[in-house]
Design a protein around this ligand. Structure first.
Ligand SMILES: [Zn+2]
Length: 366
């Protein structure tokens, strides 16, 4: 009787925490990625103008932001999911411990079903239900959202819905949610003032734009802190929503690294945001013909502390402006899916590696 009780209790736990059982076996496997020197590694996967950014913490714990596009033409060898899985292998991780879906557009969550078939996911994190259902984009959004829901239903992984003000349950870095489901934090972050927040002079000269009423407005945005280094990733959060975060008071402070919002499209990345966060390094996940707007380039290059803007692709849009070739992972021509890698040390030193050239540029701590 006693043994039976123990057995059934054990079974109940096993059934209830199937995801955690995965987590424990995965944690052992991902130990290979553990960085003995306490560095955070961030890999910017080329998903051709979508987003997929892989963080590997010194503990070996991984966090992937978004999954790129679906590839219906090559179901057995999907382009973006294949690139992300290959990136994970290079990074030494055999499992995505945390997968953040910023919003439900095809270039962010579309690659998920194919990726989930290639590598296990421990925990899914998102902003809640999809609210964009109208028109052609709404139809596409519903389709990829439904495909995500099917992956969730078939998975034993944990699922977490977060809102502005929440802190993600990861141990190797501090991740605060500052936007989600169309809302932004009401009060400045505790760290914001120390990090150069407060009244934002850039608001006066930053044009006002209407919200899109799309999933972009509802992007889950994160402030990531590792040691002395602050990284901002707002997904595709729109120009109008940035204003709620930045005006009249900069609620998030200055940043060392800006993961350029919305692939560098001019529907995001207002001066009110970019001037005030004053990044030292900006990294843009653009495609040749997606994002990389000339006005975005001008805004970023005009900020006060910028050392370098890095790009996944040379922008080939009309009147394009680009960083020097050495700062670009993929030049015009046949696409080699080169990536960028950011290394963050505990003392605040940054390094960016271009996989095309093998060159690493170091940025000393402030
Ligand atoms: Zn996007």
């Amino acid at each position: 009787m006693r043994m039976g009780k123990l057995w059934s209790a054990g079974l109940a736990v096993l059934l209830a925490v199937g995801g955690s059982a995965w987590a424990q076996s995965g944690a052992t496997k991902t130990a290979a990625a553990k960085s003995g020197n306490g560095e955070l590694q961030v890999y910017f996967v080329d998903v051709e103008g979508g987003q997929s950014t892989l963080f590997v913490m010194p503990t070996g714990e991984s966090l992937l932001v978004d999954t790129g596009n679906p590839d219906p033409r090559n179901p057995s060898a999907p382009r973006d999911a294949g690139r992300i899985a290959a990136m994970a292998k290079i990074a030494g991780v055999t499992r995505i411990d945390n997968l953040v879906i910023t919003h439900y557009h095809t270039d962010h969550v579309g690659g998920l079903p194919q990726l989930a078939a290639l590598i296990p996911v421990g925990r899914f994190i998102d902003h809640g239900v999809n609210r964009q259902t109208e028109g052609a984009e709404g139809k596409a959004t519903v389709a990829v959202y439904d495909a995500y829901q099917k992956v969730l239903a078939d998975s034993h992984a944990d699922h977490l819905t977060v809102k502005p003000g929440d802190v993600l349950p990861v141990k190797g870095m501090h991740v605060e949610v500052v936007s989600g489901d169309g809302e932004v934090i009401g009060q400045p972050l505790k760290s914001a003032l120390a990090a150069g927040g407060g009244p934002n002079a850039a608001c006066a000269n930053s044009p006002v734009k209407e919200a899109e009423n799309s999933e972009n407005d509802r992007s889950l945005g994160m402030v990531i802190t590792f040691g002395k280094t602050r990284i901002l990733d707002l997904g595709d959060l729109t120009w109008a929503k940035e204003r709620g975060l930045m005006c009249p008071v900069n609620k998030i402070g200055k940043f060392d690294v800006y993961i350029v919002s919305h692939h560098g499209l001019d529907r995001s990345g207002s001066p009110a945001l970019v001037d005030a966060i004053a990044p030292r390094v900006a990294i843009m996940d653009n495609g040749p013909h997606k994002g990389g707007a000339p006005s975005t380039y001008v805004t970023i290059e005009g900020t006060s502390r910028l050392k370098d803007l890095w790009q996944l692709h040379t922008a080939e849009v009309p009147d394009a402006k680009n960083a020097a070739d050495s700062r670009i992972a993929n030049l015009p021509g046949p696409d080699a899916a080169n990536y960028l890698k950011l290394t963050v040390r505990m003392d605040g030193t940054l390094a960016v590696t271009n996989s095309r050239t093998g060159e690493t540029v170091e940025y000393p701590a402030k």
